[in-house]
Design a protein around this ligand. Sequence first.
Ligand code: GUN
Ligand code: ZN
Length: 432
Amino acid sequence: MSEATLHLGQTLRFDGDPFVDGLAAARHETRGALLVENGKIQAVGPAADLRAAYPWADQVDHGDGLLLAGFVDAHAHYPQTGIIASWGKRLIDWLNSYTFPEEMRFGDRAYADEVAGRYLDLLLANGTTSVCSYCTIHPSSVDAFFSAAAERNMRVLGGKTCMDRNAPEGLQDDAKSAYDDSRRLLEHWHGRGRASYVITPRFSPTSTPEQLEALGALWAEHPDCLMQTHLSEQLDEIEWVKGLYPQARDYLDTYESFGMLGEKGLYGHAIHLETREKAKLREVGASLIHCPTSNTFIGSGLFDMAGLKSAGQIVGLATDTGGGSSFSMLRSMAAAYEIGQLRGTPLHAAELLWLATAGSARALHLDNSIGNLGVGMEADFIVMNLASTPAIAQRSSRAKDIWETLFSTIMMGDDRAISETYVSGSRVAAKS
Ligand code: GUN
Ligand code: ZN
C-alpha cells in the first residue's frame, strides 16, 4: 500500500470528445488537485475541496504547472530510434535504405535491450507514458521491448513485425513461423503486468496472402488482442499493392479478405482512402492512426482529420518514430495543426490535446485505464511547464485564456515543457 498523495496545480481533463462536444468536453481548473494512491487516481477536483476532504494525504504542490494525463503514442517503431531523421527518401526507398538495415540488427538481444531502454527513456522525458510499437521480425526484439517497459512499469502495446516477402533475406519469416512466433509471444506477454500484445503484419506488400491468412486466424483465436498495420500511406505504395493483389477491390480489401479488418484493428496513416474504404472502416469501428510528422517528413500526404472525425471515424495520434521526425507528442500535435491548416481546417488546442491523450487511448481501446485524469484511472500523468522557454513565456504572458497559453507550448514546446512524468503514481522523469 502506498501513501495517498495530493498533487496540486492546474489540471486539465476531458469529459467528452472536443471534436463532438466542443470546449464543453474539457475541464480546466486553475487550482486543481489529484489524489493518487496505489498507482491509481482516487479523486480529482478543485484543490480546496480535495485538501478539505483528504487532510491526511501528503501534498506535492506543482504551483502553476499543468497536470495532464501522460501522452499516448498510438503508432511507433522503437527499432527505428537510431535512424530517426534520415535524409531524402520517400517511403519504399526509405524502408530499403535506412529502416531494413537497422532492423536487421535486432536479432542481437543486447542491442535490442539497449535501444528499447533508450527509446522508453526518451518517451518519458517527452511526457509519453504509453506507446503502441512495432518491434522487428525477431522475437527477441519483442522480449526486449516488453522487458524494458516492465522495468519502467509502463503500460505499453507491441508485437513482432511479420514479413515474408519484399524485405531483405535475414529480415523475413514465413506464414507458419509468423503465426507460431506471434502466438508464443502473445501467450507470454499479453496481459502480463501492463503489457498488451498486438498482432503486427507490417503491411500488405511485405506479407504473402498466406501470411495474412495465418495472422487473420491468430487474431480470430485471440479477438481481445489488437492488430496493427499500415494502410494507404503513399501513392506509389498503393500502386504496388494493386499489382501484388490484383483481385483486391482496394488496399483495405487486402486486409479485409484475410480476416485482418475489425474493431480492434489499428490502421496507420490512412491518408489516401477511397470512399468504400472509409465507409467500411467506419462501419466496423476500426481505428485510424494519424502520424503527422511522418506524413510530412516522408512526403506522404495530408490526412483528412476534419472529414474523417466528422464522419465518426475513430482516430488516434502518433509519432511514427522513426518515419516521424520527433519523439515528442507536442511536435506531433503541432504538425497535426499545420496539416489541418493546409487543408483549411485548423484544429483547436483542446482537440490536439485530446487526440494526444484520451483520443489515442480510445483508439487503442484503453480509455478506461489511461489517457485522462479520472477517478479509477491509472496514475500516468505529467506536469507541464507552460513557460518552458523565453519564446513561449513571452507569448503566453499575453494569452487571453488557457487555450492560447497551451497553444504556444503545443506549437513551440519540446521536452523542456515536460517538468515531470509520473507512471503508476511514481515520478520517473524530471527536469533538474
Ligand atoms: N510502411 C511499412 N513499414 C513502414 C514503416 O516502418 N514506417 C512507415 N512510416 N511506413 C511503413
Ligand atoms: Zn509505421
